[in-house]
Design a protein around this ligand. Structure first.
Ligand SMILES: Nc1ncnc2c1ncn2[C@@H]1O[C@H](COP(=O)(O)OP(=O)(O)OP(=O)(O)O)[C@@H](O)[C@H]1O
Length: 306
């Protein structure tokens, strides 16, 4: 399915009305079969990157999958190539799990024969161990169970590019592991490119080939200057791309401090994966220094009057 096409984001601008969230964001190209973890604190813009690539926001810049221009290609082409899983859980409707996954596949791949659709449905339910829930109604599932159904709706499409927004946020440890194994498998066996926003740094370190770390807008950050490839020397900047590269190049105490405002140690597991141990949250002045946006009481009152 994937013709060897890399995923590129170049000079991407995106935001909401007059609020600019991403400014000239460029990332190193991702190769087929790779898994990229999108990291950063709340509000850094991870969802905005994914929504921009899913064409859910007005954006400027370039997003390509090989030769395909994902921002301007016909909608059906985009649907065929990109599976997007939003942060919100599938709606708690009276649909059965099986119907909701089948419906997602039918809507996005009407070209597939019935037999192929059935085979994919069976495969995804088996892989995610969802068979016991197949005939249950969505409005009678727990939050984590519905999150797994959302993941199944995305996986069943077998798109060459998968964009997933915190797919493990509501899951227990076993389902977290099953989810990441299924994504890894999609990358390894089908050559899919998987881009996943996450808050669990240790899961990201263990499963992703490459990490992209975004900083909170309005905070003082460190960046390697133009290109922001992970590694010193760091220079001051505000928000945006802090670092990208292999997990051990990105998960470094000074970068975690700049991005999240935490003091952390980074150690190695027996399998040599990075393990982040958070010691404490920094106070705002410690974290942001002079870069913090302060809103004093008079200016807040003045804004309320407008
Ligand atoms: N619909 C919206 N309208 C206006 N501003 C928005 C909207 N959605 C998000 N934002 C703002 O855009 C910025 C980036 O938000 P985004 O949801 O991309 O962050 P995130 O990194 O995914 O955060 P989180 O980890 O909390 O999900 C934030 O400052 C947020 O307040």
């Amino acid at each position: 399915m994937n013709d060897g096409a890399g995923f590129c984001i170049h000079a991407l601008d995106a935001g909401y009305g007059s609020r600019r969230v991403l400014s000239q964001l460029s990332l190193a190209p991702a190769t087929p079969g790779s898994m990229i973890g999108l990291l950063g604190p709340n509000g850094a813009g991870k969802s905005t990157v994914l929504r921009a690539c899913a064409r859910l926001l007005p954006v400027q810049g370039e997003v390509r999958l090989g030769s395909l221009d994902l921002l301007r290609c016909p909608r059906d082409q985009h649907l065929r190539h990109v599976a997007y899983l939003p942060q919100v859980l599938p709606q708690a409707s009276t649909l059965r799990v099986l119907e909701s996954i089948a419906g997602a596949l039918r809507a996005t791949r009407p070209d597939l024969r019935v037999g192929e659709r059935e085979a994919r449905l069976q495969a995804v339910l088996t892989e995610l161990q969802l068979l016991p829930l197949a005939l249950r109604r969505l409005d009678q599932l727990s939050g984590g169970q519905r999150q797994m159904v959302g993941l199944a709706q995305a996986l069943v499409r077998r798109a060459p590019l998968m964009l997933l927004d915190e797919p493990t946020s509501a899951l227990d440890l076993r389902w977290q592991m099953l989810t990441l194994q299924a994504l890894r498998q999609a990358a390894r066996e089908r050559g899919a490119i998987v881009c996943v926003a996450m808050h669990d740094l240790n899961l990201a370190a263990r499963h992703c080939d490459r990490l992209v770390l975004l900083g909170a807008p309005g905070t003082a950050c460190l960046q390697r200057g133009a290109g922001a490839v992970a590694g010193p020397p760091w220079v001051a900047c505000t928000g945006g791309l802090l670092a990208e590269g292999a997990p051990d190049a990105v998960l470094r105490p000074e970068l975690l401090r700049a991005a999240y405002g935490i003091e952390a140690r980074v150690e190695r597991s027996a399998g040599q994966a990075c393990v982040v141990l958070v010691e404490r949250a920094l106070s705002l002045p410690e974290w942001t220094g002079a870069g913090v946006h302060r809103v004093d009481a008079p200016s807040l009152r003045a804004r309320r009057r407008v």
